[in-house]
Each structure stands twice: as C-alpha cells, then as structure tokens.
Design a protein around this ligand. Structure first.
Ligand code: ZN
Length: 307
C-alpha cells in the first residue's frame, strides 16, 4: 500500500536559489577551494567546488599529469573511494553521497601513490539537503513488532547481506549507461521517512516500483551475482556486484532466475516482481550501494556514461 503517488523520482529543493547562492558564496569565502576540477559532469558548485544532493552520485576526475601513479584512492566521510585510470593523465572515481550525509561542506581527500612518493589532494564537496517525503504504512503487527526468534533471524540476515558488499574489484564490470530494472509507478520513494503502524522507522533506502506479480526484472548493468537470498524483510532478493564498490539490489521477487557467482549482462532477466518478505503488494525494491553510501538508483541513470 502506498499513501503517496510520486511520478517524479526527484523533487526540487524548497530552498530558493538566491538564498542558496548567498549561503554557498559565504561558505566558499571561508573555505577556499584547494583544487579546481575541470570536467563538466563533475557538477561544480558556484565557486567551482563539487556539489551534490543527498543520495546523488558524482564523477570525480583527478588530473595526475606525469605522476604515473600505481594507485589513486579517495576518502570521503570515512568511506574509501577507489579511482580507476581514465587516460594516461587522469583518474576517475564515483563518489556516492549517502542519503543521510550531513548537508555541509566535506573534504574528499585523494591519495596518489607513485613508486617514489605519496601525494595528497583535497577537494571540497558541498552536500545539499534533499527534501524527503514521509510515508505512512500499515502492516501486520507480527511483521513490525518482532519476536525474539525473528530478531535473531533478522540480525543474521543483515550480517549475510553486509558480507555481500565487501568485495571491491579494481575495475568496473558495468558497460555504458545504467537502465531501470522494471517500468512502473514509484510507490515508495528513496529517502522517505517511514512511519509504520504509527512508529517511526529507518528511512527508505531504495525506490519501490509497483508492477504486477511476474513482471520481468532485468539487471541495471553488467555484473556478477553477489548474493541470492530469501530474507524476512527483503524476501527473495538478488544483489549484483558491478565493480569498484558499486552494488545493486532487487528485493521482494516472486522468482529468482540467477545463481550466485554468475555473470549477468545488462538487461538480462534476473527474476520476477513479487511481494515476498515484508511487502504490502507486488513491487520491486531497487536499491544501490556505492562504497558504503546508500544512493538513489535513479541518480545512476542520470549519469553521463560512455556507451
Ligand atoms: Zn522498498
């Protein structure tokens, strides 16, 4: 059951542009930019710094000149961001802004390792607040107020799921632009604050796409199957590993069509829409995790990707 019908995956910020501009300029004058990025898709802020809303993704290009690094890594809010070589003079990384990262200026610290030395570069990233909605849901009491046995089960399942995100391959498996796994109405928005049976719960970490039971679910891009499971909350689910710390999740399926370890191509059927686990009706919960950050899956579709 969904209370809010949302047709647009993103809402406009309520903060008027002029106020935002003044605030940004004020902040920027206090914290000067240490390195000015050049690429267009980096979405530089007003003073040239990087900026993104909660739940969004940034491509960050790091010019390395003639350093010829052996490794380039980033650290953002204690999360490690792997960088991959783009050209002989540039490295690139996908920086995810978690749905709950504090709206503020944060530092992205880049470590460039060469055979002779280690260099650091610093980017300033302005995280802007997203206006998340509130979603009220009513569910059977036993699905919300869990007994001890279910609590133990849920804890073990959470551990199993977190283990599925551990592997970070040095190269991406994805190919070209990302695609939506199923077409349908958004019945539960990413980031919405959830009130279930009157109790405030964790915010929603994916997008719920309502579709009839049995609708084919396809992989948003090429990757390997990191986990297939049947859990209390997420029901039958598939987690795909797309490399360099990017994972996609497909939950509440009625049928799973892939096996763990299998290589899955973009657009390949991985299962069917269902309502397994804690669900109020047939829908796909589509989630994306990028190096520990929970991001809006639609943010990936909007990324400029080379085919
Ligand atoms: Zn969901």
């Amino acid at each position: 059951m969904s209370i809010y019908r949302i047709d647009q995956p993103f809402s406009k910020s309520r903060l008027p542009g002029k106020i935002l501009l003044v605030i940004t300029l004020l902040i920027a004058s206090i914290f000067p930019l240490k390195l000015v990025p050049s690429a267009k898709e980096q979405r530089p802020g007003i003073d040239g710094q990087l900026s993104a809303k909660q739940g969004e993704v940034l491509w960050v290009h790091v010019p390395v000149g003639t350093l010829n690094p052996t490794k380039v890594t980033g650290t953002f809010l204690k999360r490690n961001i792997p960088f991959i070589q783009e050209s002989s003079t540039t490295y690139v990384g996908l920086l995810g802004i978690d749905m709950q990262d504090k709206p503020s200026l944060h530092e992205l610290d880049i470590t460039i390792t060469t055979e002779a030395e280690t260099k650091h570069r610093s980017y300033t990233v302005l995280v802007m607040k997203e206006n998340y909605s509130v979603q009220h849901l009513k569910l059977p009491k036993k699905k919300v107020d869990l007994d001890d046995k279910t609590l133990i089960r849920v804890k073990a399942e959470r551990k199993e799921m977190m283990a599925a995100f551990v592997s970070i391959s040095p190269h991406p498996f994805w190919e070209g632009p990302f695609i939506a796994p199923v077409k349908g109405r958004i019945s539960g928005r990413f980031g919405s604050r959830r009130v279930i049976n009157g109790q405030s719960k964790n915010p929603h970490s994916g997008e719920d796409i309502a579709a009839p039971k049995g609708t084919k679910v396809v992989a948003m891009n090429t990757g390997t199957v990191s986990l297939t499971h049947d859990h209390f909350f997420t029901g039958k689910g598939v987690i795909l590993n797309h490399g360099v710390g990017l994972y996609s999740m497909y939950f509440h399926l009625s049928k799973i069509s892939v096996k763990e370890g299998e290589v899955v191509k973009k657009g390949q059927i991985i299962g069917q829409v269902g309502s397994t686990g804690r669900a109020t009706g047939p829908h796909l919960h589509w989630g994306v995790r990028l190096n520990g950050s929970r991001i809006n899956p639609y943010a990936l579709i909007n990324l400029p990707m080379k085919s």
